[in-house]
Design a binder for this molecule. Structure first.
Ligand code: URA
Length: 432
């Protein structure tokens, strides 16, 4: 088999066989297929797409390219949750303790942020003393004691995806439906969970800019899960504005803790409860409506917050710190409304990029981040403001970082005299 022949086939729009895809994935890892051929192949896939059979075969080949986590020592259904990436998305910090407080086993490995989207592993470093790096034994022991553990990804999970993702990043081929579906699902299959709830974001802050694309991605991932025999449900949710009222690390953890204690923003509460209800349903097989009631009870009674505090304590962190404001970076700047009117649009990717300029995110994998940097949002799409009203506060380590960031945020906003149509937080749910 030759990479060149496979390239011609894909370039011409023909379907690749499972063997051909396995050959390519194996070659990506071993170096036998060089980066220039992999890049050409990615671009051909971007233009030609993939059939269902090809996407599933690619997913399985990538899932098999490294280690598969063995979670069988934990008795019961292990349920994961995955977001396709957004701005201000801290739902893992709320939905997972809610589900765990309802008896779901959640051994969750989380990633770091890259580009305009944040990562849970970074956010958790803002909790004093909390360790995100655990041995396998510690990870299992924490899950057994409180139903959940959040740690950074370890082991050699789906290395072919790592390789291909890095090439996609520099060849303008990230936003391809079969490539995103196989990338996400290969990692989920290798993570060893029995079920996964996907939060597929749609809008200006997401990879999928429109609802139809996000829905197609959700359907594709649910189908792959079905073929690979893990339970998957997917929520299609709004990312045309940031989620909640904060973007950053410490500032987002503080907001998530407020939500667990009953006083967070409505959109974050709603989405977290919906995700938790799906997790409970996948684990128990019960109707989602009754799972939703369980989730609300766990949140409103404080049991979910206690679960999170317990996990923090077991992983070396200070549970009392979760009840106090988190320290933010010392330099602060306000942005005020230039006109009276409705906030018509927030170009959300640019708001994520503003957070990167403040030091809250990284442009390159090796960049360090400032946990105290971030954005506190006071006005969101659909709100009416008078000229001069406070739109947001920006926090950074150095004064010089503030001006470019505030300009970027300002440019991301559009005002209008009439109210815009405000989208619901959840557009739909795809189940098997
Ligand atoms: N998240 C992933 O893990 N992979 C993608 O391709 C896009 C989002």
């Amino acid at each position: 088999m030759r990479a060149y022949d496979i390239l011609i086939k894909k370039r011409n729009g023909d379907e690749l066989s499972e063997e051909e895809l396995r050959f390519f994935v194996k070659g990506a890892i071993s170096g036998e297929v060089p980066d220039y051929q992999l890049s050409a192949w990615l671009m051909a896939v971007w233009f030609r797409g993939m059939t269902d059979a090809e996407t599933t075969a690619l997913t399985l080949a990538m899932a098999d390219s490294g280690d598969r986590n063995d979670l069988s020592a934990l008795p019961g259904h292990k349920i994961d949750k995955h977001s396709t990436g957004g701005v201000g998305d801290k739902t893992t910090l709320v939905a997972v303790p809610v589900a765990a407080a309802c008896g779901v086993l959640c051994p969750k490995m989380s990633g770091r942020g890259l580009g305009h989207t944040g990562g849970t592993a970074d956010k958790l470093e803002a909790v004093p003393g909390f360790r995100t790096s655990l041995s396998r034994e510690e990870f299992f022991s924490v899950v057994q004691k409180c139903g959940m553990s959040l740690m950074t990804q370890t082991g050699n999970i789906a290395p072919a995806d790592k390789k291909l993702y890095a090439l996609r990043d520099v060849t303008a081929t990230v936003d391809s439906l079969p490539l995103i579906a196989s990338s996400v699902m290969s990692k989920k299959l290798a993570s060893g969970c029995d079920g996964v709830v996907l939060d597929v974001k749609a809008g200006s802050g997401a990879f999928m800019k429109d609802f139809a694309e996000a829905e197609a991605l959700a359907r594709q991932m649910v189908r792959i899960g079905h073929l690979a025999r893990i339970r998957v449900s997917a929520l299609i949710t709004d990312m045309d504005k940031p989620l909640g009222l904060t973007v950053g690390n410490a500032i987002e953890v503080e907001e998530a803790m407020l939500t667990l204690r009953g006083s967070g923003p409505a959109d974050l509460r709603e989405l977290s409860l919906a995700l938790a209800a799906e997790m409970i349903a996948l684990s128990s097989g019960l109707e989602v409506a009754s799972c939703r009631k369980q989730a609300e009870e766990a949140l409103d009674s404080g049991r979910a917050f206690e679960t999170f505090q317990k996990m923090v304590e077991l992983q070396g962190g200070d549970p009392a710190a979760l009840e106090k404001p988190f320290p933010l970076s010392p330099c602060r700047m306000e942005l005020r409304a230039p006109v009276s009117g409705y906030l018509n649009r927030m170009q959300t990717e640019e708001i994520g990029n503003t957070a990167v300029l403040l030091g809250a995110g990284r442009s390159r994998k090796e960049d360090a981040i400032d946990l105290g940097a971030g954005i506190r949002i006071h006005v969101k799409t659909g709100d009416y403001v008078e000229k001069g009203a406070l739109l947001c506060e920006l926090f950074a380590a150095r004064e010089s970082m503030l001006e470019p960031a505030v300009e970027r945020y300002r440019a991301a906003l559009t005002f209008s005299e009439t109210p815009p149509k405000v989208r619901p937080i959840i557009f739909g749910t795809i189940r098997e």
